[in-house]
Design a protein around this ligand. Structure first.
Ligand code: DGI
Ligand code: FE
Ligand code: FE
Ligand code: FE
Length: 183
């Protein structure tokens, strides 16, 4: 599938702002894929569809979680964590995207996990550092991403945990597992 075709498929599911974010994540992921020797097509598909379910109705997402192999534990955490795992199911059933490496990158793009593939790290990091994001400390992470993928992912997950703890929010266990794997 060509990039333009993929973007046209995801567009009706997103707001205008979210679509622009998706285009920037895609370009960032393609840069990272070239730098860290990952298949460009897989990086493109993971990035284009990572937020496919961002605006799904919460009740529909809950039903997908309950009726699929997705962990029901997700339901005990903030609903922002549902859209990646749910998208990994629905881009397959609705769009026919069946590359497991791509589906896994979509699944883990919000929380990360302990044993991420390079492709998963690229989509996770591209989502975090795309040029539209204004997050404290982000420029340092963008610089690190030019040379050391794991170090950049580490700073991203560390930042994310500090942000969540600052707001007294729960931290999903896999996010902590990613931190522990890289610290
Ligand atoms: O969908 P995006 O906005 O592009 O980005 P995302 O999929 O990374 O979603 C980030 C949101 O998820 C952000 O508002 C923080 C929230 N979040 C809530 N609990 C957790 C969490 N993120 C992580 N990594 N771990 C959590 O436990
Ligand atoms: Fe997302
Ligand atoms: Fe389930
Ligand atoms: Fe995103």
């Amino acid at each position: 599938m060509k990039k333009r075709e993929a973007l046209n498929l995801v567009k009706p599911h997103l707001t205008e702002q979210r679509f622009l974010h998706t285009e920037r994540v895609t370009e960032t992921a393609l840069d990272l894929a070239a730098r860290f020797h990952v298949d460009a097509q897989k990086a493109m598909l993971g990035a284009v569809f990572h937020d496919y379910c961002k605006y799904r109705n919460l009740e529909e997402m809950k039903q997908v979680i309950l009726q699929s192999a997705l962990p029901d534990l997700l339901l005990e955490f903030h609903h922002e964590l549902w859209h990646g795992p749910v998208a990994s199911i629905l881009v397959k059933s609705e769009l026919g995207i069946d590359d497991d490496a791509v589906l896994s990158a979509i699944y883990w793009h919000t929380t990360g996990h302990a044993e991420m593939t390079t492709l998963e790290k690229i989509v996770y990091l591209a989502d975090y550092i795309e040029p539209g994001r204004e997050i404290p400390g982000i420029d340092k992470i963008r610089t690190i991403a030019k040379s050391d993928l794991d170090e950049a992912v580490f700073h991203a997950v560390r930042n994310q945990m500090l942000y969540l703890i600052g707001k007294s929010r729960k931290v999903y266990p896999e996010t902590l597992n990613l931190y522990n794997a890289l610290v």
